[in-house]
Design a protein around this ligand. Structure first.
Ligand code: ZN
Length: 234
């Protein structure tokens, strides 16, 4: 059962994937396609019934993805380009100097290097700077979020920061939280949303009722923060 889902006047591509798992799951991908993961023995009727029941949710997800900004063109690492840090825009300025360094100066992100025309080198310097800032900022935000949580005695998870292609963060069953280095480019309110979301996963691994109740209690305005995060260009 793969094909199209008719939603009002539109047709949405829908794929059914059969797996060995025992639960039915529905996902909307950012490209606007719907994927149903179903047990091998689930009947088409059962799948249709689930999709029918979740129609309102599906529509809301699709609208959310449609309102997202178009991703910016790939960076060239030349002077004049816009880069972001904690939700603010900075203009890249590449200067020649005796040693390599990166720092913020007012509205500028200043890269000083012995070879300013070497864009690969400038890219590595900028990426290194983001990684250093991410370690400091995300570590501090995690400590802040755990401090606020203290009533429930949450033990601090191990934090890893890496480049992640499509996610802002993840949490392993062993209690390790991984955050995307690009998170340091968005406002603090959005960083805290991702961290609290992952901290909730220490208690509930999937996005079921327990998870949603916990998230709503820990961060009542999480939806506003998530919507803001969705609108960020990094
Ligand atoms: Zn999650």
């Amino acid at each position: 059962m793969s094909g199209w889902l008719v939603m009002g006047s539109r047709r949405v591509p829908c794929t059914v994937r059969r797996t060995k798992r025992s639960t039915l799951e529905l996902a909307v991908h950012p490209d606007g396609s719907v994927v149903v993961t179903a047990p091998e023995n689930a009947s088409d009727e059962r799948i249709r019934a689930l999709v029918g029941k979740r129609m309102r949710w599906l529509r809301a997800q699709l609208e959310r993805f449609e309102s997202l900004p178009v991703p910016p063109p790939p960076r060239r690492y030349q002077s004049g380009e816009t880069h972001r840090y904690l939700g603010r825009q900075y203009r890249l300025r590449v200067r020649r100097g005796r040693t390599d360094s990166v720092r913020l100066e007012g509205v500028l992100l200043v890269v000083t290097t012995t070879s300013p025309s070497d864009r690969q080198r400038v890219r590595l310097l900028v990426e290194g700077w983001y990684m250093t800032r991410a370690s400091a900022v995300l570590g501090a935000r995690l400590a802040h979020c755990i401090h606020k949580w203290r009533a429930a005695q949450l033990s601090a998870p191990t934090l890893a920061i890496r480049r992640m292609a499509r996610r802002w963060g993840s949490c392993s069953p062993a209690g390790r939280v991984t955050l995307n280095v690009d998170l340091v480019k968005v406002p603090t309110a959005c960083i805290d949303y991702v961290i609290v979301h992952e901290l909730c996963h220490l208690r509930a691994l999937n996005h079921g009722r327990e998870f949603r109740t916990l998230l709503a209690r820990r961060m009542p305005d999480w939806e506003r923060r998530r919507d803001k995060l969705d609108r960020q260009e990094v």
